[in-house]
Design a protein around this ligand. Structure first.
Ligand code: AVJ
Length: 330
């Protein structure tokens, strides 16, 4: 589209961001989608979260992958050559364990990380190619989370051998049950019978452990949550008074999910210039920014089976806090 305008009035804004924000802030209760967290600053903050003492998810899953990488790769390869794709790869920290196991097994491996964050993918590509010779990285900047069916498609690649798709880190937990099923089915569609899918899910545990994981003492998760507003201020020329929005992390036992919200501590009006939008907040009014579903043992296997993957193996940690499930496309 070409619009006659003076250069000073041309502002480049991401239409997807604009649309999501417009829709989310018009909803009651107000909400913003969790994929908005991951701009460059948000991706850095998330990496910081993964190292917090309270955030057990990453280190627990890494422990499982560290002890099981060889077994996972060998089960997935099933005697053939294996390539590995990953959804929501981010910095791909835990993936190296599997890539190393694949290189040990077959000498070289093709790795296709898919993520919304180009900056995170670029960092991951450089580090992996430097540190694990034998890995060919083919990154894809793509958003598989927007759930409109055609934006995300795992290409059927023409390569020989078997494919292993990773969806680890409990990223699936961001989706409502029906959207999660839709995503698993879409992954299945991009695969051939005999290919594999590895899903990492966080399991239900005591409320205090869960809440501390999403409300850490150092305030990194609070900064991650508020970074959404920082992002809107810069990308949409908004004037959110960041400090007046309180980070809230609550366990919703009925829906089996952790929720994050931002609560306006006063009645206030916010202007989003790029959207030509004014939004009012009542004192105490919240923006719902994230759901992180927690699963019961066996639930991930049921979901995978329903999506067309035969459960092949499940691994967990000694405390039973996290599960990694391998399924084979039927
Ligand atoms: C990346 C979606 C798995 O839900 O635990 C971390 C994001 N949010 N702390 C999660 C997150 C707050 C994370 N996932």
């Amino acid at each position: 589209m070409s619009v006659a305008a003076s250069p000073a009035t041309i502002v480049s804004i991401d239409e997807c961001v604009a649309e999501a924000v417009r829709e989310g802030l018009a909803s009651r209760p107000k909400r913003l989608p969790a994929w908005l967290f991951y701009d460059a600053a948000g991706s850095r903050l998330f990496d910081e979260i993964t190292e917090l003492p309270e955030y057990y998810l990453t280190r627990t899953e890494r422990g499982i992958l560290a002890s099981r990488a060889k077994e996972i790769v060998s089960l997935a390869a099933d005697g053939a050559r294996l390539s590995i794709a990953e959804l929501g790869a981010g910095s791909a920290e835990k993936t190296r364990l599997l890539l190393k196991a694949a290189v040990e097994r077959q000498g070289t491996v093709v790795y296709e990380p898919v993520d919304v964050s180009a900056s995170a993918l670029d960092g991951a590509r450089k580090r992996i190619q430097r540190e694990i010779p034998g890995v060919t990285v083919a990154p894809r900047v793509m958003d598989y989370t927007r759930g409109d069916g055609h934006k995300f498609r795992l290409e059927r690649n023409g390569q020989q051998g078997r494919r292993l798709v990773l969806y680890i880190g409990s990223s699936i937990g961001n989706f409502e049950p029906s959207a999660a099923m839709q995503l698993l089915r879409r992954v299945r569609t991009g695969l051939t019978t005999g290919d594999s899918f590895l899903l990492g899910v966080d399991l239900v545990k005591d409320k205090a452990t869960l809440q501390n994981a999403y409300d850490d003492a150092a305030g990194v998760t609070a900064a991650f949550n508020r970074n959404l507003l920082v992002r809107l201020n810069s990308e949409l020329d908004a004037d959110f008074d960041i400090e007046t929005f309180l980070h809230c992390a609550v366990w919703n036992s009925k829906k089996s999910r952790m929720e994050m919200h931002l609560a306006s501590q006063s009645a206030q009006r916010v202007r989003l210039e790029a959207l030509n939008l004014t939004v009012d907040f009542a004192r105490g009014e919240t923006i719902h920014t994230e759901n992180s579903y927690k699963y019961r043992p066996g639930q991930a296997e049921e979901m995978m089976a329903e999506a067309g993957f035969a459960p092949a193996a499940t691994w967990t940690d000694e405390r039973g806090w996290f599960a990694v499930c391998l399924g084979r496309a039927r």
